[in-house]
Design a protein around this ligand. Structure first.
Ligand code: GAP
Length: 534
């Protein structure tokens, strides 16, 4: 059962966002120009983590199965695809707009507000005179004078074009808040639980309108109706439209699946919670085609498989919730949908949807394209349109869940034995960006450095390793703990056989979580580590 009231921990989330930037997991896109809302760049460690997620998904969903093949479709497709799939007409969110700033907000994200509705019948300034009414919510703790200043500022910065103000001056100087005189101020009512005002500006909202979430673009030299298409909002559609080609070349029999990982774009109106709701993101989708009578059973099967996947990358079952999406909330063509949710620090939120989409998608494309998308069953000699079960996961949400799950603070002794707070990312070794760090105990001892570099070269073909010779060994361990490196190898004087010849060519292998060290032979290092990180 979902836990809508799971604890919200904003402070933890702030620490995670800050660590992500500080250590190079995730940066704001175009940061030096002030960024662009809902868009993110993955830094050196983030890109490794992301690749580990995608590679493991591909391994268990494609390589380790006989019944799934992969594909990689284009992001831009013929507009007809989006007409047939229903996206052009119905991939919308109902939105309301602040009358002043035009900031949009999704109808379902407007929280109840309280305050006093103040109505103005116009305003006057050296540049404009306006008659017409507008309403702004005065908050319960707001003083009337500061409220009036706020409204004047709102008016100065965002003159209302939708009530055609009369221009009184030829030189359209920028308005100054202090020159604005508010006319006809009237207290309308006290509201509780009002849904009519923008939560940030407090100004009244327009009536709900449907906004399409797809980014429109055009292909070719001319920009007219015929060149219009969209950046794909999901990867699934290219799988449906290539169903026949893939079926023919792979010679698979039902049930079988086609998998794809790739970028998707949605002009989300309120991107939020760090990367959770972004405008550009990656999906990992499987369309698993089957006979109608297998649909509901396969929905259960894939839900369980997907839960196992998350457990295998280090997200415990206890933090995952399965929401059985009720009839009213499901797409009309779906006979059953589960949302797999995770307890993020900002609440329980969807990681993945597993949906039984019936034969809707293939039927739509068959109808619109006029090309047969039927399957011929050799045994019964029947032709029919297959049904499909779709586990659809977000790469970025999985990465975020992994970071949130891994983040922890504990106490560990510093070089002088004094306890200090240690920040650790407890990634499952399979997911950790860097698998092993290699340290010579001292950087000014040539033999130690040479041996450590030899070990780096030994491990490098098998995994991502990091060499670090700078600073005290304790500091070097901490730096790796903070980015989640599960293993550390230290080359010391025993390695050189200086203290005990029996220990020659052995190293210490340190475990990030327990901080315990074991002595292992260099010759066995690759095998030991591979067993633990795969
Ligand atoms: N083909 C089905 C489909 O696209 P969806 O529930 O809209 O279904 C599937 O998306 C997954 O894609 C979500 O569970 C989520 O992990 C990811 N996703 C969707 N919108 C996203 C966004 N704006 N930012 C990040 N991930 C998103």
């Amino acid at each position: 059962m979902p836990m809508p009231n799971a604890k919200i921990d904003n402070q933890r989330m702030e620490k995670i966002v800050s660590l992500c930037k500080r250590r190079g997991f995730i940066f704001q896109s175009s940061e030096i120009y002030g960024g662009l809302n809902g868009l993110w760049d993955y830094g050196p460690l983030g890109v490794e983590l992301k690749r580990n997620v995608k590679n493991y998904w591909w391994r268990v969903m494609v390589h380790e199965r006989d019944d799934v093949v992969g594909m990689d479709g284009s992001i831009l497709m013929n507009r007809a695809v989006w007409k047939a799939s229903g996206h052009e007409d119905t991939f919308t969110d109902p939105m309301r707009e602040c009358r002043f700033t035009h900031k949009r907000i999704r109808v379902d994200q407007i929280d109840p507000q309280s305050g006093t509705v103040m109505q103005f019948t116009g305003w006057h300034s050296p540049v404009w005179k306006l008659t017409g009414t507008f309403r702004v919510l005065m908050r319960p703790d707001e003083h009337i004078e500061s409220f009036r200043r706020r409204v004047r500022r709102l008016v100065a910065e965002n003159p209302l074009p939708d009530i055609s103000p009369k221009r009184e001056s030829r030189t359209a100087q920028p308005l100054k808040a202090e020159d604005i005189e508010l006319l006809g101020e009237e207290k309308v009512s006290s509201v509780k639980d009002s849904f009519d005002f923008h939560p940030e500006t407090g100004a009244e909202l327009t009536a709900p309108r449907a906004f399409n979430l797809m980014f429109k673009t055009s292909v070719g030299a001319t920009e007219d109706e015929t060149s219009i298409t969209y950046l794909r909002p999901e990867t699934a559609q290219s799988i449906f439209v290539q169903f026949k080609n893939v079926l023919e070349v792979s010679r698979k029999k039902l049930p079988f699946g086609i998998a794809q990982i790739g970028k998707a774009f949605r002009n989300e109106i309120n991107p939020r919670n760090f990367t959770f709701r972004s405008r550009e993101f990656e999906q990992m989708e499987l369309e698993y085609f089957c006979r109608a009578e297998q649909g509901m059973k396969l929905l259960e099967y894939w839900k369980e498989e997907r839960l196992k996947f998350y457990e295998n990358i280090g997200i415990p079952r206890s933090k995952l919730h399965v929401k059985n999406v009720v009839d009213e909330e499901r797409a009309f063509y779906s006979k059953g949908t589960y949302d797999i949710e995770y307890e993020f620090p900002f609440g329980v939120q969807e990681l993945e949807g597993v949906a039984y989409r019936t034969d809707y998608d293939l039927s739509q494309h068959q109808k619109a394209s006029g090309k047969s998308l039927e399957y011929f069953d050799e045994d019964s000699k029947q032709k029919f349109i297959p049904h499909v079960v779709e586990p659809s996961a977000g790469v970025d949400r999985t990465v975020l869940a992994l970071i949130c799950e891994a983040y922890s603070e504990d106490e560990a002794p510093d070089e002088k034995g004094k306890m200090e707070t240690r920040t650790v990312l407890r990634f499952h070794p399979r997911m950790a960006p860097i698998k092993c760090a290699v340290f010579p105990l001292l950087k000014n001892r040539e033999e130690l450095v040479a041996k450590a570099k030899e070990i780096v070269a030994l491990l490098r073909p098998h995994m991502l390793v990091f060499y670090d010779e700078g600073g005290a060994i304790g500091r070097r361990y901490r730096r790796q703990d903070e980015i989640g490196t599960p293993f550390g190898v230290t080359v010391d004087f025993e390695t050189l056989g200086e203290k005990d010849i029996a220990l020659k060519d052995t190293v210490t292998l340190r475990d990030r979580d327990s901080m315990k060290q074991e002595r292992v032979k260099i010759s066995e290092l690759v095998q030991i580590l591979l067993q633990r990180v795969n």
